[in-house]
Structures are given as C-alpha cells and as structure tokens.
Design a protein around this ligand. Structure first.
Ligand code: ZN
Length: 512
C-alpha cells in the first residue's frame, strides 16, 4: 500500500512538472522504424490499419469521467479518417486503454496487435482533474494519433530544429529520469524523409511543445490542443473515404467498396511485385463480366505513371492493371479480389518514389460503377537519396573550407560510398586544378570523402557521426582577391554510379 501511494505521488509530481515546463514527453514505444510513407507529417505506413476498419476500444481501469473524456475526444479523428472507434463496456478490445501507469503513451498503429490481450496498448496517465480541458483533449488526440500510426512531428527530418542539446539533455535527465540515449531516441532522432511528404507541421497535435531555451535560435513550439489542418489532411490520405461515382455515371449496378490492402514484395511467376486486394459488395450485376482496375500515380506531382512497354497499361497508356469477375448472384460479396502488379511494370528507374493508386469497378460496357480513394505508398528501387543539402564553413585555423552535407541515403548499408564536392566560379565554370592533389579526372578542383552507411535508411545530418568534406584554401588555385564561387556535392555508390546531386550553392571567398 505504501509503495502504491509513493507511485501516485511520483505521478502527480511528474504531471505538475510537465505543466510547469509545458513539455509532455509522450514516449514513442515503437519497436523499430520502417521505411514507407505518404502525406504530410510523419507516420508509419506499415503500421496502418486497413481503411474502413472499426477499432474496438476497451478500458482496463479508470473512472467514468476519464472514460467519457476519451470517448469525447478520440472520436474527432473519425471525422477525417475512415476508421471508426467502438467503445466496449467490457474488453479486451483492439485498443486497450489504461490510466494507472506512469506517463502517456500508445503503441503505433497495428503494433497494438502484438500486445497480449491482458496488456494495455495505450496509457493515459495525464487524464486527471487538475488538467485544463484543452490539455485533456490534447493528450487524448495525440495518443489516438499514435494509435492510427502517426509519429512524433518534432522528429520530422524536415523540421530542422536547432536543439540546444545540453539544455534538453539536462531537462529530460532531471525531470524525466531519461538517460542520454533515451533523449536521443525520443527527441533528437529523425525519421526517414520517406516517412513524410517533405513538409513539417509545427501545429501538429503530434508535436512536442518546445520551450525557447531548448533551441539555440529561440525557436519554440507551444502546446498544440487541436488537430491541425495538416493532421486532418494527412489522416484522410492515410484512411481515405471511398468516392461515390457521380450521378450520371451511376449504373443500375452499384457497389460498396470495403477493405483495400496492398501486400508488398509478393512473387508471382518469378516476378517481384505487389498484390492489391479489394473487398466489396456488388449489386445487380449477376452474370455480368465486370472489371476491377487499379491506376498508379506519382503522389508528388499527381501525374499518372505512363506505360512504355504496352504491358499492364490502360487504353490511354497509363500504368494500370485489371482483372475481370462475374458475380454469380444479384448481390455478391467479394473478399480480397486480387490483382498482381510486378514492380517492373511500374516502369520506374532507380530511386525513391512516393506513389498513390486507386481502384475502380466497371461494368461490361466499361461504365464506371465506383472508385476508391487514393492509397499512398513509397517505392524504392536501388540505392537512393532524395536530396542533399549543404552548408559551408571556413576553418581559418586549418585554412580550409569545410562542407557539411545533409542527406538520407537508402539501401546502401555497409557499402563504401563517396561524396564529391566540385567547385565553380560565379558563372558555373569548373575551377581548374594544377597540382593533382584535389582533382577530378578532367583536371578540375574537387574533394572526395568516402562514407559507409550503417543502416538501410541512413541519415547524415552533421549532428551525429557524420563527415565533412574539406578543401584547403590553396587548392582552389585562385590568385589574391575576392570571389563569388559555387559548389555542389554529388553522392556515388560503391561502383561510382551517381546516386544524387545537390543543386549548386554559392559562397563568397577571400583569398589573401
Ligand atoms: Zn507521442
């Protein structure tokens, strides 16, 4: 009993510390981070529930007031996501909420399935009466965001938050009892760029508050109490509602689309690809040969993937796949009608792509019966990197330029890769080398550094064990004077195939 009371005291203390400092470090309990994504914000595509799912939510303890708060606010997500929450009087549900553990946390998306039925998948330690209504709403929305697969927005690689690391370490160590590694993992770590759509949303409900003294430039993020516009947009992209065919396109046949799933890395006839599986009910189509088709688009520019080889194409030359089916009854239920799409038929080169697809049903006269919302996914082929950002520093002591490249490289774990910096004058003409020290084969000035990614998705952001590319001032081979110069960095794989190039950046240089 005494131990129990001490625990309660500890929780209350913790809670009051959080509200004072306005930091609520909800712990990310994901086992590992996978590489797949879409939409705005950060999320784990592979941990997503099937759109249209009803998640059963049970409570493992808690009073009526706490349970009512959860019901009241969790349902907000269902307005924007094609996912329903059904609150059970008795468990165990798919989502099991406890209130009696320390802190607030949730398993990410379908990771909840890996928990034993007797274990909670979410703890809401901060649903206590001395919180404001806005704070209660904030924490419930945030944890249910995790339940839908969303991740921490402050760990978005595009956030570019300049952490004052010593202050942040000290704060979490003192008030949270975290060690350095835990702070790294929960605060400083960055997700893969491919788990975002390259934009960062400081208004997201999934963002930790950041007091100004946590950053070196005074950047701060207040407590977010509501779903941001981007949160709403993202969750709709992840859990799309089915579109209804417009009035004139409706036939007497109609269909209700249900679960839509994609199975990646499936093999058929020796080809690697994906299986698209669609559940649906179709009405008034007995003995009619209907078509289920899927269409593919680039999610960044919205353009259809174009077919070049005449295989797996629609009549107008887009990448598509279809199968036919003939319902045996007036009202027929189809479970997982499956389409196989070989990756080769996406006809994408090496690289990392954000794609989206939708399915459509047609009657025998090719009249549209219905179509689905978009499903987003990423597709990587070969070693890839999306972009390289650069900054340059002048090391006056060593009399050299230090370039710091920031990038994520994928599928290059353990390979000896190369980063080469090239230097140009104001007009873009390569600077000429004359002593063969820092040079390319064609005799222009360059500097090369080798690097070996430690992970399949490896981030180099010059805050960790990263590298710089150095060039001694004298190796620019410039006479005394003031120059406007340009440079870029190109990454190469172990066989010197180009992975990605940065744009040209400019800098000024004084040769004295
Ligand atoms: Zn969280």
């Amino acid at each position: 009993m005494r131990r129990f009371r001490r625990l309660i005291t500890a929780i209350v203390l913790l809670v009051s510390v959080y509200s004072q400092a306005q930091v609520q470090p909800c712990i990310d309990v994901r086992a590992d981070r996978k590489n797949n994504a879409a939409g705005q914000g950060v999320y784990d595509f592979n941990n997503k529930w099937t759109p249209g799912t009803t998640l059963k939510v049970s409570f493992m303890n808690g009073n009526d007031w706490q349970k009512e708060k959860v019901k009241q606010y969790a349902l907000q997500w269902s307005r924007y996501a094609n996912v329903k929450f059904e609150f059970m009087a008795q468990g165990p549900g798919d989502i099991r909420v406890s209130f009696d553990k320390q802190g607030s946390y949730s398993y990410i998306g379908t990771d909840a399935k890996n928990r034993k039925a007797a274990e909670e998948t979410m703890n809401l330690g901060w649903i206590v009466e001395d919180k404001t209504e806005a704070q209660l709403k904030s924490v419930i929305l945030h944890e249910f965001g995790h339940t839908l697969g969303l991740l921490h927005e402050h760990m978005n690689p595009m956030s570019n938050i300049k952490w004052n690391k010593d202050v942040v370490y000290a704060w979490y160590m003192q008030y949270q009892g975290w060690d350095k590694e835990m702070v790294d993992r929960q605060v400083f770590d960055r997700y893969s760029v491919t788990m975002t759509n390259k934009s960062y949303d400081p208004k997201s409900i999934m963002h930790y508050p950041i007091p100004a003294n946590f950053t070196t430039d005074g950047y701060k993020v207040g407590e977010n109490y509501d779903l941001s516009e981007n949160d709403k947009k993202l969750i709709t992209e992840l859990y799309p509602f089915n579109k209804i065919a417009s009035e004139e396109n409706r036939t007497t046949r109609w269909s209700k689309l249900q679960d839509f799933t994609i199975e990646y890395n499936a093999t058929e006839n020796g080809q690697l690809g994906m299986r698209i599986k669609q559940d649906f009910i179709i009405y008034n189509a007995q003995n009619s040969k209907c078509i289920l088709a899927v269409y593919f688009y680039n999610a960044d520019d919205g353009k259809a993937l174009l077919d070049k080889n005449g295989i797996q194409a629609s009549a107008d030359g887009k990448v598509a796949a279809y199968t036919t089916f003939t319902p045996a009854y007036q009202n027929a239920q189809y479970d997982k009608l499956t389409l196989f799409v070989p990756y080769d038929e996406l006809e994408l080169g090496s690289g990392n792509f954000r794609l989206k697809c939708y399915v459509a049903l047609f009657d025998p006269g090719l009249k549209l019966i219905t179509s689905s919302g978009y499903q987003y996914f990423t597709f990587s082929q070969g070693i890839s990197s999306k972009e390289v950002k650069l900054s340059v520093k002048f090391d006056e002591t060593m009399r050299q330029i230090a370039i710091e490249p920031v990038f994520t490289v994928e599928n290059a774990k353990g390979l000896n890769c190369h980063a080469v910096a090239y230097f140009y004058d104001e007009k873009g003409v390569p600077l000429k080398d004359n002593n063969n020290l820092y040079t390319t084969r064609d005799g222009t000035v360059s500097s090369t550094v080798d690097f070996k990614p430690g992970y399949n998705v490896a981030l180099f952001n010059n805050s960790q064990a990263d590298f710089k590319i150095y060039l001694p001032y004298k190796e620019l081979h410039l006479p005394k004077g003031f120059y406007k110069l340009q440079y870029k960095v190109v990454l190469f794989d172990d066989k010197w195939n180009k992975i990605v190039s940065s744009p040209l950046y400019s800098f000024t240089f004084n040769q004295d």
